[in-house]
Design a protein around this ligand. Structure first.
Ligand code: COI
Length: 353
């Protein structure tokens, strides 16, 4: 399949890199490809960034049959544009597609198409420290139909957004709140996929957290309401008594690519790393006993995000005196050094465009 390219007649002015924020600025072009049962995925094209016109009955709007991914392009000191483990994102996109009854895509083709889009949009990859070009591949069900079934037609698109830190706090520790009343996902459901409904389901408790002054919700498992799952926008790690612990992938947790990278680095550094169930009681007991050394999140958007305070059962528990811990710092430095091409990529994670 050949990607056709139609360039924008007028290019937008580039934003101020000091104030990018997250996810509100979009580049000049996007990638589109359509699916129907007769032609399969067809008509791949790079076009000017534009609104999508759709029938009010379009299925994704009614039944949430949509999935997405998030990855980033980084500008190195030498002006190279590089991606971090993009093959993993397209693999996970396909795994989300399978769960949502969406036809799979050709992963290798998608990576090539993304590279072509990035070649065209190179000037949008910001250079300021800790900025990047966030890449959002998205697949949506396009049939105009109100019966509940899988759609026959789909649109896959990729949009690009120059971004700074995901959290207003930047790399400073954030406050997270454990929701006792709501759950994000349940085993057997779709929690392990990047489907749109997971994020809709998180909004209500997320708003409660914001009202209480917290940045995010830390979700517990849906059955026993005891075991820590994830933070919605990131996976979570605890350092207790020099052991690095992250909840095991239970089927309701997103298998984060940054999470996997942290685990691989930890193994390489001979750290004690365990993927297992960890209850909120264990976390609080460790904090009370002075054994909870650090908590941090991992994600594409969030990178490594230290947690300074946990709110649970109307009490506030402080971690590492509310400061950035050495382990969070070490993972942040190691990952960003690889992503921004400051060190040799011995893990074979980087793909240059
Ligand atoms: C990402 O980290 O790329 C995500 O998709 C999380 C999203 C909530 C910003």
């Amino acid at each position: 399949m050949q990607v056709t390219i139609r360039k924008a007649e007028q290019l937008k002015a580039l934003p101020d890199e000091a104030n990018l924020g997250f996810g509100s600025i979009f580049t000049d072009h996007m990638f589109n490809i359509d699916y129907n049962p007769k032609e399969g995925w067809h008509n791949p094209r790079i076009e000017p960034y534009a609104t999508i016109s759709m029938d009010p009955a379009t299925m994704v709007l009614h039944y949430g049959q949509g999935v997405f991914e998030g990855l980033k392009a980084y500008n190195t000191d030498t002006g190279n544009i590089q991606l971090f483990r993009p093959q993993e994102n397209f693999k996970r996109l396909n795994s989300s597609c399978r769960r949502l009854c969406i036809p799979e895509i050709d992963e290798a083709f998608m990576l090539e198409a993304l590279k072509q889009l990035l070649q065209l949009e190179k000037r949008w990859v910001p250079q300021a420290p800790d900025t990047s070009l966030y890449i959002r591949p998205t697949v949506i069900a396009m049939d105009p139909f109100l019966g509940v079934r899988a759609s026959d037609t789909y649109r896959l698109y990729i949009i690009l957004s120059p971004v700074g830190a995901y959290y207003a706090e930047g790399f400073n520790p954030i406050k997270i709140w454990v929701s006792a009343d709501h759950v994000r996902a349940v085993r057997g459901g779709v929690g392990a996929t990047k489907t749109v409904g997971n994020y809709a389901a998180s909004l209500y408790a997320g708003q409660q957290a914001h009202e209480k002054g917290y940045a995010q919700v830390m979700w517990l498992d849906a059955i026993e309401r005891r075991f820590v799952e994830e933070v919605g926008s990131m996976n979570i790690f605890f350092v207790i008594d020099n052991e690095l612990i992250t909840p095991e992938l239970s089927g309701s947790i997103l298998p984060g690519i940054t999470r996997h990278s942290v685990i691989q680095l930890a193994k390489q550094w001979d750290l004690r790393i365990t993927e297992r169930k960890i209850s909120i009681e264990e976390v609080i007991d460790a904090q009370q006993g002075g054994k909870l050394q650090e908590v941090f999140g991992s994600g594409t958007a969030a990178v490594i995000s230290p947690v300074g305070e946990i709110g649970f059962a109307d009490k506030l528990f402080t971690i590492a005196d509310g400061k950035v811990g050495p382990m969070a710092q070490k993972f942040f430095d190691a990952l960003t050094d690889i992503q921004y091409g400051k060190v040799e990529d011995t893990m074979n994670w980087i793909v240059s465009i």
